[in-house]
Design a protein around this ligand. Structure first.
Ligand code: IMP
Ligand code: MG
Length: 183
C-alpha cells in the first residue's frame, strides 16, 4: 500500500488486467505491422508507460519517437487548440506511423496530431490508445487499436495524471472526489 492508494475511490483495471490486455493488443498489432517497418510515436507525457509496454508486446522491427503537446483547458479536459512543445527528431516521409496515446477523450489532441503527421508526409497514421472515452468525443476520430473503452469518469494511473500526479500508480483508477474538490 503506497501513499497514493488512499486517494483512489475504485480500481478500474488492475496491473494484471492491463498486462494481459497489452499482450493481446501487441499480438494483434504484430500481425498488421510485421511488414510495415513502423515508427511508434508516443505522446508525452501520459503515454510514456504504455509506450514502454506496448512496444515490447509487439515484437516488430521498429523505431520509437516522442512528441509532446500542450493544450489549453483545465486538469479534466482539453480545448481545440493544441501546441507542439517537443517535436519528433526525424523525417517521417513515407513512414507508417503508430501513434501511442494514453486516452482518446475529446479527440482534439489526436485529431490535430494525425493531420500534422499526414502534412509531414507520413504514408499512414494508425492510432493505438490504451483507453477510449467515446462518450466525450468532439472531433471525428477513431483509434485503430484500443486497450479498454472506459465510461465518462476521470481516471488516473499507468501514465495518466491529475495535476501531474498519480502517473506512477501501476493500475488505473478513479480518484476520490475530495482529492479534486475546488476545481
Ligand atoms: P483529448 O485531446 O481531449 O482527446 O484528451 C487527451 C488528453 O487529455 C490525454 O492525453 C490526457 O492527458 C487528458 N485526459 C483526458 N481524459 C483524462 C482522464 O480521464 N484522466 C487523465 N487524463 C485525461
Ligand atoms: Mg494530462
Amino acid at each position: 500500500m503506497g501513499m497514493m492508494d488512499q486517494d483512489i475511490l475504485k480500481v478500474l483495471y488492475s496491473e494484471e488486467q492491463i498486462a494481459q490486455r497489452i499482450r493481446d493488443l501487441g499480438a494483434e498489432m504484430y500481425e498488421d505491422l510485421k511488414d510495415k517497418d513502423p515508427l511508434f510515436i508516443s505522446v508525452l507525457r501520459g503515454a510514456f508507460i504504455f509506450m514502454a509496454d506496448i512496444v515490447r508486446a509487439c515484437q516488430v522491427k521498429s523505431d520509437v519517437e516522442f512528441i509532446a503537446v500542450s493544450s489549453y483547458g483545465n486538469a479534466f479536459s482539453t480545448t481545440g487548440a493544441v501546441k507542439i512543445t517537443h517535436d519528433i527528431q526525424q523525417d517521417i516521409t513515407g513512414r507508417n506511423l503508430v501513434v501511442i496515446e494514453d486516452i482518446l477523450d475529446s479527440g482534439n489532441t489526436l485529431h490535430f496530431l494525425k493531420q500534422y503527421f499526414i502534412t509531414k508526409g507520413a504514408a499512414s497514421v494508425s492510432i493505438c490508445t490504451l483507453l477510449d472515452k467515446p462518450s466525450r468525443r468532439a472531433k471525428a476520430i477513431q483509434a485503430d487499436y484500443i486497450g479498454f473503452v472506459v465510461p465518462d469518469e476521470f481516471v488516473v494511473g499507468y501514465g495518466l495524471d491529475y495535476c501531474q500526479k498519480y502517473r506512477n500508480l501501476p493500475y488505473i483508477g478513479v480518484l476520490k472526489p475530495e482529492v479534486y474538490q475546488g476545481e
